[in-house]
Each structure stands twice: as structure tokens, then as C-alpha cells.
Design a protein around this ligand. Structure first.
Ligand code: DP6
Length: 338
């Protein structure tokens, strides 16, 4: 009763921040994203004669972190998911879980997206629950229920969307286009890989304390459709315009909630300025930020070398990740982590 799943993280163009329903993890609107080829989690789950559930994350640097049920909402949800799998499977076996990340843990690179989708997929497969892991729509609903509507987008290949949905049934992931559809890159100059002060779980809970929250809900109307069409038509300028506006809109909510969550570092702002300059020079590039200081530079691949050279000039960049679009969750037992 052992299975291994590999899942990419993703970078959202229309972002999930705040929820309509905190139990079902229903988002405020449809959100969409591109899967990231170099930011993956490889997760093995085994149910067996263990005395208790054990969940271990192995970081990019090889450091092991043993997770505890009481550590916070997101971690608690992992253990609740194991309970849910046992309930469906009708057994009492405890689980051993080892998840390896190929990129920094909690650096605002949606570490939970890769981790959670691989974890949920491997858990249901290890328990033999075919109806849950073979159907991608159902798998995406389970990933969402495990605490992450953003992770649910990693289930499908390439460019994907998690639908708004009035009910649990209606909020699932759909593919917009596969990973070979459009040659754009997500270049991430990592400026800080430390852990964040306001957790994303807390951020989702407090989003509605922002005086601009209702304005964001209104603003989101129709935006995912515009971005989806821009992806389908490979229309870089439209994607840039709406995605950049969305990230700034989301960060306005973050900064004006109670308590305030400011994820930008001074270097993040420097990148906003640089991207504006590069755009004026005619380079196809735009920025987007998740809940962290690291910019994601979405770049038409013909400008890759140019942007990498520009980044090299900056002494505050620790290292750079270059992502293509990637397939979604895969199963591969030959990659077992234990
Ligand atoms: C800001 O609940 O997905 O990335 O994975 O830890 O980043 P992390 O938390 P999560 O909230 C972050 C959401 C977002 C936007 C998005 O990916 O849609």
C-alpha cells in the first residue's frame, strides 16, 4: 500500500486570496495558472503497521523537517487528509510520508501547491481508491478540500484553471492548454528564501478585513475569462496587463488586512521598477508575486538570455530558477523517496 506522486508548483495569473467558504475551501473566483517545470515535490505515501502517522519534508538542501499535526492549519490538514483516506478505504493503517522538494520550502513559491497535490494524489493511490485518483476532476476536488485551491490547479497539465463553483462538486480543475502550447517562462530571481511572517492560511482568513475586499470581489468578475483567452491566443500583452494588475490588487488586500501582511521586500519593488524599464525597451516580460518577496518574471522564451544577463548584474539575487510550463501530477513508483 505504497505510492509515489510527482507534482509541480504553479504560478497564478489570476490569484486565489481569501475564501468564500473556509470549510470547503471555495475560492472567490475562478483562478488560473501555469505549472512550473523546476519546482516539484516528489511524495511517497505508505499505509502499514506504523504506530503513528509520520510526515517528513526533505528540503532542497537535504534538511529533514518532521511535521506535527498541531503546527498550523495547512499541516493539520495533511493529517486530516490521512484520516479522510482511511475513512474512505475502511482501514486503520497509519501512514509514513516522505516528500522531497526540488526548490526552497515556504519561499513564496507556492511550496504547498506542489507538496499538497503530490501528497493527496499519493495518499489516495496508496490506499487503492481508484475513483479518487484516476479521475483528475475528483482528485482536484480532494486537493482543494485538503486546504489548497491553488494546489488543485497542479493536478492538470500545462495551463490550468480551478473553477469558482457554487458547490463542492462544481469547483474543480480544468486544463486550459497543455504544457507545449506556449513557450513562455517563469524566471524566479530568488532574493529571500526565509519563511514568511504572516502564513498564507492566516492571510486567507483575514482577507475580508481589508476595506478593499468587496472591491476585489467585484474587480475579479470576468478577469479569469480574459486571461484564459489570452493564454489560448498566446496574447502576451493581454496576459501581462491583467496578470500584473491582479497581483498588485491582491497585494493591496494583503497589506490592508488586519493584521497587515506585507510580503514585498525592497528588492521586490526594485524588480517592479526594472520590469517597467524592460517593457519600455520592448522586452516581453511582466512580474507577478505570490505571498512572498520573490518576483516571478514571466518572459517570452526568446528574451530568456537577455533577462538572465540583466539579473546577473544584481548583487542581491541569491540564485535564479528558470521554469517552463510543465505537465501536472504524475505517478511513478520508481521515484519512491523511501
Ligand atoms: C498567493 O494557500 O496556496 O499563491 O502555497 O503556501 O503559497 P502557499 O499558500 P496558498 O495561498 C497562496 C495563494 C497565492 C495565489 C495563488 O497561487 O493563486
Amino acid at each position: 500500500m505504497k505510492a509515489t506522486a510527482i507534482s509541480p508548483a504553479n504560478i497564478a495569473f489570476i490569484k486565489y486570496w481569501g475564501r468564500r467558504d473556509h470549510n470547503l475551501f471555495l475560492p472567490l473566483s475562478t483562478t488560473n495558472s501555469m505549472n512550473l517545470s523546476e519546482c516539484k515535490a516528489i511524495t511517497t505515501v505508505e499505509f502499514g503497521d506504523y504506530s503513528k502517522d509520520e510526515v517528513i519534508i526533505v528540503t532542497k538542501e537535504g534538511k529533514e523537517k518532521v511535521l506535527d499535526r498541531s503546527e498550523g492549519e495547512k499541516t493539520g490538514m495533511l493529517f486530516q487528509t490521512l484520516d479522510r483516506v482511511r475513512e474512505f478505504a475502511g482501514f486503520e493503517y497509519k501512514a509514513r510520508v516522505v516528500s522531497r522538494l526540488t526548490f526552497p520550502f515556504k519561499a513564496g513559491i507556492a511550496s504547498s501547491a506542489a507538496g499538497l497535490s503530490a501528497f493527496v494524489a499519493a495518499s489516495f493511490k496508496a490506499a487503492g481508491l481508484k475513483e479518487k485518483f484516476e479521475d483528475k476532476k475528483e482528485l482536484s476536488r480532494e486537493v482543494r478540500l485538503a486546504g489548497s485551491p491553488s494546489a488543485a490547479r497542479s493536478v492538470e497539465d500545462g495551463f490550468t484553471e480551478l473553477l469558482f463553483g457554487e458547490t463542492h462538486e462544481e469547483s474543480f480543475t480544468q486544463k486550459i492548454a497543455d504544457e507545449n502550447h506556449w513557450d513562455i517562462l517563469d524566471i524566479i530571481p530568488v532574493i529571500a528564501s526565509g519563511e514568511k511572517k504572516v502564513s498564507t492560511s492566516q492571510g486567507h482568513e483575514i482577507a475580508q478585513t481589508s476595506p478593499f475586499f468587496d472591491a476585489r470581489v467585484e474587480y475579479l468578475k470576468g478577469k479569469s475569462e480574459i486571461v484564459k483567452n489570452a493564454i489560448l491566443e498566446r496574447d502576451f500583452d493581454t496576459l501581462a496587463k491583467y496578470s500584473q494588475a491582479d497581483t498588485l490588487n491582491m497585494h493591496a488586500i494583503m497589506m490592508t488586512s488586519e493584521p497587515s501582511a506585507v510580503y514585498f521586500a525592497p528588492e521586490s519593488i526594485e524588480f517592479i521598477r526594472l520590469v517597467q524599464e524592460w517593457r519600455e525597451e520592448g522586452i516581453e516580460v511582466f512580474f507577478t508575486f505570490d505571498a512572498g518577496p520573490n518576483p516571478h518574471l514571466i518572459v517570452s522564451s526568446k528574451y530568456k538570455d537577455h533577462i538572465l544577463k540583466e539579473i546577473e548584474k544584481l548583487n542581491f539575487v541569491e540564485y535564479v530558477l528558470v521554469n517552463k510550463s510543465s505537465e501536472g501530477v504524475r505517478f511513478d513508483d520508481s521515484m519512491s523517496t523511501f
